[in-house]
Design a protein around this ligand. Structure first.
Ligand code: ATP
Ligand code: MG
Length: 234
C-alpha cells in the first residue's frame, strides 16, 4: 500500500533522513521504532506531506505522491495522527472530531463516522461537549485518534500515540489499534513501547540517525540480541 524508497528529508540546512526505505503492506500493522531524534516523526511528516521530500520516492497504492500537497494525500486516505495530539483546546471534543472530516471523501459520511468513533471510543463520546483542553492527557490522546478516524483513513499513520500515557491508557491504545485494523484500516505505528509494539506488528523497521538499520518480522526482531540490548535494556 505504501512504498518508500531512498527518502531524504530535513529542515533548512540540516539533513535528518538520509536513506529511508520501507513498505507498508495493505492490511498490515507496520511499526517503526528508534531512539529519540532518529527521524521517526520526520519520516511521518514526509509521508503525510507536512514537509517536503528532498529525494526518493513515496508510492501510495502504486502512485507517486512525494510531491503532492498533504490535503491530496488525505483525499487518498493517507491520514496522520501527529505526535503531541495537536487538538484545539478551546473547541469541544466534538468540534475537534469534526475537523478531521474536512476532506471531500469524508465529509459526506461524517455523521456515520462520528457514530463509529463514539462506539469505538465511549470515553470520548461521554465527553463530546467538553472543551478539548480540559481533558486529561489520556483522554486527549483518544480524541486525537478519533479525529484521525474521522478522515476515513485507508492508511493511518500514528506517531507515538502512547507518549506520556499511564500504563492502562497505553494498553487501551494498543487495543484500539487492533480494533482499527479489524475495520480494514492499515496502520503504520511509531512507538517507544518497543516490546509491546513488536509483539503485535507484522513487520518492523528500526531507524537510527535517519536510516533504516534493521528490519524484520516483529517476533524475529524481539529475539534479536542487538535490538534487545539497544532498545529493551536486556
Ligand atoms: N522543525 C525542525 N527544525 C529543525 N530540526 C528539526 C525540526 N524538527 C526536528 N528536527 C530535528 O530532526 C531530528 C529528528 O527529529 P524527529 O522529530 O524526526 O525525531 P524522532 O525520531 O521523532 O524523535 P522522538 O522519539 O524524540 O519523537 C532531531 O535532531 C530534531 O532536532
Ligand atoms: Mg517523534
Amino acid at each position: 500500500m505504501l512504498e518508500v524508497r531512498g527518502l531524504k528529508a530535513g529542515y533548512g540546512e540540516s539533513a535528518v533522513l538520509f536513506d529511508v526505505s520501507f513498505d507498508v503492506p495493505e492490511g498490515s500493522l507496520t511499526v517503526i521504532v528508534g531512539a529519540n531524534a532518529a527521524g521517526k516523526t520526520t519520516t511521518c511528516r514526509a509521508i503525510s506531506g507536512e514537509i517536503e521530500s528532498r529525494a526518493g520516492t513515496i508510492r501510495f497504492e502504486g502512485e507517486r505522491i512525494e510531491h503532492e500537497p498533504s490535503n491530496r494525500r488525505v483525499e487518498r486516505g493517507l491520514v496522520q495522527i501527529p505526535e503531541g495530539r495537536r487538538l484545539f483546546p478551546f473547541m469541544t471534543v466534538e468540534e475537534n472530531l469534526l475537523l478531521g472530516s474536512y476532506a471531500r471523501r469524508a465529509r459526506a459520511a461524517r455523521q456515520q463516522a462520528l457514530d463509529e468513533v463514539f462506539s469505538l471510543l465511549p470515553r470520548v463520546a461521554e465527553r463530546r461537549r467538553q472543551l478539548a483542553g480540559s481533558l486529561s492527557g489520556g483522554e486527549q490522546s483518544m480524541v486525537a485518534i478519533g479525529r484521525g478516524l474521522m478522515a476515513r483513513p485507508r492508511l493511518l499513520v500514528m506517531d507515538e500515540p502512547t507518549l506520556g500515557l499511564a500504563p492502562i491508557f497505553v494498553e487501551r491504545t494498543f487495543e484500539i489499534v487492533q480494533e482499527i485494523r479489524k475495520h480494514g484500516v492499515t496502520v503504520l505505528l511509531v512507538e517507544q513501547n518497543v516490546k509491546r509494539a513488536l509483539s503485535l506488528c507484522d513487520r518492523a523497521y528500526v531507524l537510527e540517525h535517519g536510516q533504516v538499520v534493521m528490519q524484520g518480522e516483529g517476533e524475529q526482531l524481539l529475539g534479536d540480541e542487538g535490538l534487545r540490548r539497544a532498545y529493551l535494556g536486556m
